[in-house]
Ligand binder design. Structure first.
Ligand SMILES: Cc1cc2nc3c(=O)[nH]c(=O)nc-3n(C[C@H](O)[C@H](O)[C@H](O)COP(=O)(O)OP(=O)(O)OC[C@H]3O[C@@H](n4cnc5c(N)ncnc54)[C@H](O)[C@@H]3O)c2cc1C
Length: 380
């Protein structure tokens, strides 16, 4: 089997397959595991990401690096008034892990020869014998009975099953990073002692989150038109200029909240938030399927993307291990995944209200629901 993409979804699939004695080859465009930063902290959810890790037999490895004590939440408005705080360490079942740690623990669990690094897939084509040819810019990379597109939002496999492509949701994230907050930026550390901080303004917002080793990733959020997006909203290639532009875009914001901009390092990125249509599905085609963002990229507000991708990977592997008729197994996986992803995507689209004129009430209600869930889940 060929898996295109070595993200959380593709690697979970490869690992759960390996534990059931099925060999797969992962084609990953990165040259090596540390070729690019993998992103910030993730919270894994009990019934999806954590369940996938259990199926992968990696619970102990996960618990060795997970941060169960990093689940705090605070909600401010843009004038700096605190509206909600939840600072209980070790509550609930949503432990945090850095993306790089998650990728490493999945990679360490797989034989090195199963990952083909530096393998950019440019096309997947049907062959007369029913298999699929996986091609890169320099020629054939392999031919397989089953090819799984785990290659993210701009999947090269998706066109085989669906004409859908992601569209811009109207929300732009500007991603900033802050190093060593506890020693170098005490004002930021005081506002964000653990976990996550959210700020809602009028059609603007901020989510800042701690990773391990005092690192913080902050996303300033704006509603912008496609035309404005094309022109460029913030010049992230010129960090000093970008900081000034960001502040100019946030009139009336409390100076304390703008410290996240002053404290940021020079690694910045503009991330337009894109999504496939809610309920995206396709007619089953033997020999090809998709998982994770390739199947259902959605806005990141509910923190479901990685969790869904990992659950897809685990569920697909379990289906293939349980049924020698792989076409039937994939079809069963797809039907369940379509339902699951449609529900998650609908919730994620509602999350776009975080960046709206009526955001405060919407977000407060979300936090109250989350607190009730945490209370019900009890201490770890
Ligand atoms: C700003 C932002 C914040 C987010 N925050 C969260 C969060 O807090 N929690 C959460 O759960 N989700 C979050 N998400 C969503 C999450 O990142 C994705 O849902 C998740 O990474 C999907 O996993 P995946 O394995 O399907 O795809 P990806 O993580 O996109 O992995 C795809 C892999 O395929 C490789 N690849 C791509 N194209 C090719 C090719 N042509 N050939 C070979 N390899 C290829 C890529 O290099 C990559 O390694 C966030 C997303 C964004 C944009």
């Amino acid at each position: 089997m060929g898996i295109i993409g070595g993200g959380p979804g593709g690697l979970t699939l490869a690992r759960v397959l390996a534990t059931r004695g099925i060999t797969a080859t992962v084609f990953e465009l990165d040259e090596h595991p540390l070729a690019r930063p993998q992103g910030g902290s993730l919270d894994l959810h009990g019934d999806s990401g954590l369940r996938a890790l259990r199926e992968a037999g990696l619970e102990a490895e996960f618990n060795a690096v997970a941060r169960y004590d990093d689940q705090g939440d605070a909600l401010y408005d843009s004038q700096g008034t605190l509206h909600f705080q939840h600072n209980e360490a070790s509550d609930g079942d949503r432990p945090e892990i850095d993306r790089t740690q998650l990728r490493s623990l999945l990679l360490d669990s797989l034989p090195a020869e199963r990952i083909r690094w530096g393998s950019k897939v440019s096309a997947v084509e049907p062959l007369p014998d029913g298999r699929y040819r996986v091609a890169g810019p320099a020629g054939t990379l392999g031919a397989f009975d089953l090819v799984v597109g785990a290659d993210g939002a701009w999947s090269k496999v998706r066109p085989l099953v669906s004409p859908a492509t992601p569209t811009f949701t109207g929300v732009l994230f500007i991603e900033l990073q802050i190093d060593d907050v506890d020693t170098r930026h005490p004002a930021v550390a005081e506002l964000l002692p653990r976990g996550k901080l959210s700020v809602v303004g009028k059609s603007q917002g901020l989510i800042a989150q701690r990773s391990s080793h005092g690192h913080v990733r902050a996303y300033f959020m704006f509603r912008v038109s496609e035309a404005r997006l094309r022109e460029g909203v913030v010049d992230t290639a010129s960090p000093a200029r970008a900081r000034e532009q960001l502040k100019a875009l946030l009139p009336g914001w409390a100076p304390s909240l703008l410290t996240f901009i002053d404290a940021s390092n020079d690694t910045m990125a503009a991330r337009p938030i894109i999504a496939l249509p809610v309920g995206h599905r396709w007619t089953h085609r033997p020999g090809v399927t998709l998982l994770g963002d390739a199947a259902h990229v959605m806005p990141p507000f509910s923190g479901e993307g990685v969790n869904m991708a990992m659950l897809d990977g685990a569920e697909l592997a379990l289906a293939l291990a349980a049924d020698a008729d792989w076409s039937r197994a994939v079809k069963g996986y797809e039907e369940a995944m379509f339902e699951r992803a449609a529900a998650a995507a609908a919730g994620a689209m509602q999350g776009l209200d975080f960046v709206s004129d009526h955001a405060l009430q919407h977000v407060l209600e979300h936090f109250r629901v989350l607190q009730r869930e945490l209370a019900a889940a009890g201490p770890h």
